[in-house]
Structures are given as C-alpha cells and as structure tokens.
Design a protein around this ligand. Sequence first.
Ligand code: MSP
Length: 643
Amino acid sequence: MAKENKFYVTTPIYYVTAKPHLGTLYSTVLADIAARWNQIAGKKTFFLTGTDEHGQKVEQAAIAAGKDPKKFVDSFIPAYKDLWKEYELDFNYFIRTTDPDHVKAVQKWITLLIEKGDIYKSKYQGLYCSPCETFVTEKDAVVDCGKFLCPDCKRECTFVEEESYFFRLSAYQDKILKFFEENPNFITPKDRINEVISFVKSGLKDLSVSRTTVKWGVPFPNDPNHVAYVWLDALSNYITAIGFGKEGQEKEFDFWWPADLQILGKDIVRFHAVYWLAFLMATDLPLPKKMLVHGWIRVNKQKMSKSFGNVIDPKDLLDKYGAEPVRYYLARKIAVTQDSEFSIEDLEKTISADLANELGNLLNRMTTLAFKNELQVVCAPNIWSESAMELRQECWDTIEEVELHMQDYMFHMAYARLWKLVNKANAYFHSQEPWKLARTEKEAFNECISCICHVLRAVAIILWPVMPKKMEQLLQSLGIQFELSKNLLQELSEDVWNTEFKLMKIDNLFEKYDIQEVAVENKEILNSVEQKIENYIQIDDFAKIDLLVGTILECEIVEGSDKLLKMQVDFGEKGKRQIFAGVKKFYSPTELIGKQGVFVANLKPRKIMGMESQGMMLFAESEDGKLQMTTISGLVPNGTKLR
Ligand code: MSP
C-alpha cells in the first residue's frame, strides 16, 4: 500500500497515578474519530495510545501507596484498557513504557543520540517540578513566601543537584525556528505555534535528560546509575510502538513513520513541539506531519483536577448514557482548540435534542410510516422533485464541507455542519406531510421516504467515526451492511441517489433524558414538553409555578444568535420583564409584538449571552416542526395567573 494511503495517529501516553478521567478520554476519543474517519476514506490506519509509567511522579505515588512501582503501575492498566474498549476506542497498540521491548528500543535511541554527539555528561543544579516532570529555571518559577512554585501547576519545586547527561537542545534552536517558518500549519490551532516560537526565540538551553536520584526509569546505556529523563523515555513511545529499534520491524517502521497526526493537550505543547522535534532532528528521523493541540475540558469553570474535586469519571457517564452518546457529545460540543465547559445538563440536552429528537425520531417516523403503508422496499424515483433535489444538493454540500472541516481536524465544526443537514431533513419531512401523501399520492410518498433514506445513509456514514455501532444499526435499518473496505466518502460524494433501500424496523437508537434545567431555547422547551409523564405531581407542586399571562411590548433579534429573540413583557401590576425565547426561526419580532402569551414567571433568572432572562415563554410544537406560541382565547388582564 502506498504511504500516502496510511494514517498514523497518536495520543499522549497517560501517567498511571490515577484512573482515566474525562480529559484523557477526550484526547483518546479524538484520536479514534480521526482514525475511523481515515478508514472511511479508504486509508489504512494505525492508532496508538498507552501509558507513561516511569519517572519521579509515579515513583513517589507508588511509595505513598506502599507499593512496588511495577505492581503499582500494573494495577491501573485494566482501568485504562477496559474503559477504552468500552468506549469503543479501537487502538491498534497500547504501549506501556515499562514494556521490555520499549525499554530496549529507548536505549538504542539514546545510544544513537550519544553517537551523533548530541549528549554529554555534566551536572544539573536547579529546580524540578515533579507533578509536571519538568526542570524549572529560577527565572520562570513563581516565588511565593520564599518558595519556588512551578509556573504551570503552581506546586512547589524541589531543588536538585546531581550528575546528569545533557542533550544539546541549544544546537537545534535555529533548525526548529526554520522548520516552523517553513511549516506554519504544523500546529493546530495556529496561535499555539506563536507561543512555541517565542519560547524558542527566548533561547534554548541544553536539556538534562537523565536522573540519578530517581530509580524508576529506563537505565542509560552503559551507565545504569542514570535513568532516562521521563520525557525522553515517554516521547520515544511514538516511534518504538511502530518498530523503531526492533530487529525485523524496519519495514513496518518506515511504513508508518512519520505520524500523520499527534494529538495532545495544551499543557504539553513545549515537550512535543520543541523537545520531541529536536530529538527527532538529532536522530535524522522525519518529523510528524501535524500536531493537534486541544483545550481543557472544564467543570464548574475550572480545569478538571482532583484538588478542585471536579473530576468526572468517564465510567459513570458510560453506565448512565452509554459510550456512543458521550462520544458524540465530546465531538460535537467541545470546541477542539478551546477550553470548554462540561455539564451533565448540557450532555443530557444534547443527547435528547440531537440524537433522540432529531436523528432518532426522523428514522423512527420514517420507518413507522413506511411500514404502516406497506412500503418496505423503497426505490428511488426516476426523476426527483424540486424539494427533494434541494435536499440532495444540501446533502452533497454537507459531505464536501464536513470533509473540509475534518481535514483541519475541526471535529465540532464538522458535526455541527452535519446537523444542519439533519435539521433540513426533518424540515423537509414535515413539510411534505408524508402521512397525508400516503393516502393520496403514493409516488410522492415513496419519493419522500426514499429521500430521507438517502440522507440518513449519508448521515450514518459521516457519523460512523463517532458512533460506530449505532450508525451500523441505522444503516442496517436501511438494509445496508456497513463495510470498511472501500472509500466510503468518495462513494458518498459521487452518489447519484439511485439506491434501493430495504427497510427494517429497529429499536430506538437513543434515549431521552429528563432535563432538570428548563431554559428558553426551543429545543429545551420541546424536550420538556415531550418528556413522558412518569411521576405525577401534587396540586401543591403545580401551584408553585407562576404561569402568568403577559403582553409582549417589545421584541428584537439578539445579535450573534441564530435562535434568540429578546422580549419586554408586561405583566400588569406584577411589572415588566425581559424574557428570551429561542424562536427566531419561527417568528419575526413584529409577529410577536402586541400578542398576549403564557409565561413561567418564577423561573430562576438565567444569563443568556450576558443578559438576564427573567422568565420563559411557553410554546408547543406543531406537526410541521414549528413552535407555536400559547395564547389565551379571550383577552385577560396582564399578570393573570393560570390555574
Ligand atoms: N505523560 C504525559 C504525556 C506524555 S506524552 C509522550 C502526561 N500525561 S497526563 O496523564 O497528565 O495526560 C496528559 C493529557 O491528558 C493532556 O495532554 C491532555 O491530552 C489530557 N488531559 C488531561 N486533563 C485534561 C482536561 N481537563 N481536558 C482535556 N484534556 C486533558 O502529561
């Protein structure tokens, strides 16, 4: 197979001082999606992940746990491997830096660096941050009450004085700068490259690459009193895993290296974009093609960490929501290159709205209607009507645009674009009123069903990298067996919409959740209206809700939002309120001004785009998907309570 038809993707290897968390899951999910995306583009892929098991941090954690370091690290491995499998992370290889094969290969690599003359022995005297496993200069340290704190994690550094081997990093300063100059798109997002450039320009000092006071590591070749600095050991995993330094695996290594994509969090850019590149340059190995640096997942507005007590255990999410909906949420709602807030409410809303209401429902309604009307084998019409052709064009445009976003690894943008297609398909389905066509116009009915089948097939293939099992089921319900052997994306973009589908009924693909926090956006209203009544409430509970009649005095579009309208509502003696409603696509402001509607008036105020919403207007969804406002049949005084 030609080299351009391969795709090698890596994640950072994770420290085994704790179980996996949502942040490490996120990096790994992105890598899995990237690998699968390339699979549907007909490429042969290699997806590498694993664990970083040596170094002072792990040594200290093992001592604190009263365990031998190897037994200590071993105890975490099932938590990783099992969880990754449960999340359908289809890695080709899980490397552990304690693997004897890796240890031998690192020693070979260090020997090569020594032979090239880039390693020399000297003495290190300075600060070390063990949580970050990094040497800190006094100039960079934060001084607090006479203590030196790490500039990154703000924990106290220790003073270290020991004999050490050094890598001539300073010799690579110009080469690295030249490389960035020639490859300005090497790092995504671009602004990260500027940070790295200014770090390199500030002057690279030679790097200490061995420790004598740490025992838990790879012994230096011919000098076992020294163990390799943990980052030297860890970074090399990206080459040792695919055969570097292993006899008989040269061909395999040459095939896979360089990596096509290295995924990492923003905390470890310097190690990858400076040290790693310099090590590779020193050993004359090609450099990776791309680094994707993602932001933090934050919980309660802070980076997830044990000390803030805001760590989300991916196992809990898996048990409650299932792997694939969580994967979808991470891909769709976390903006890859930015810090993003994670909340259970948003997760539940996204699963309920996007997956259950919009995608799942479309499939259900279409198949139910088709079966009810004995349409099981759906043929494509010879000539498509205009509205179907519009949707077909939208489908083709979507494929093209999604591919462009995926080439840039902007997963969230790709899947947001895909959702526009899902929404348009829903709108088309409602506007065609196929339940009426079934009785009167069989051909038009058949065309509508066929049109939805074609869209759903495209959606399922594009979504397969995110939700492989669910999308295979979806395809099965259209009578399609998912097969990876071909370039499915090319097939999709060349598809002329002439497929015959053999429909099959399947169980609901997605669940809906009880959304706790009712907000103004239409989807949220929709969800809350559509919840199944499982728990009856007492009349006193109902009395707690202030449902008031109010007149909309003013209404305007909210700049920068494609959903929101901002209203000033008069509740008579109860005053005036500012209320937002996510109904811009259904109502123009002038249609609402002067109307009397029903509002929840004692809902806790919420900030929306920096402004306060002091209530919620009630709407109901009509068959065509439009949100209809609720009104009172006769005029009543503003502020009247519903009972
Ligand atoms: N062992 C080093 C990496 C060596 S790679 C040769 C390390 N490990 S780590 O366990 O601390 O994991 C770091 C990676 O986990 C981050 O770079 C990032 O990819 C991911 N995340 C950890 N916390 C995160 C968030 N809160 N949000 C998103 N990702 C985060 O550093």
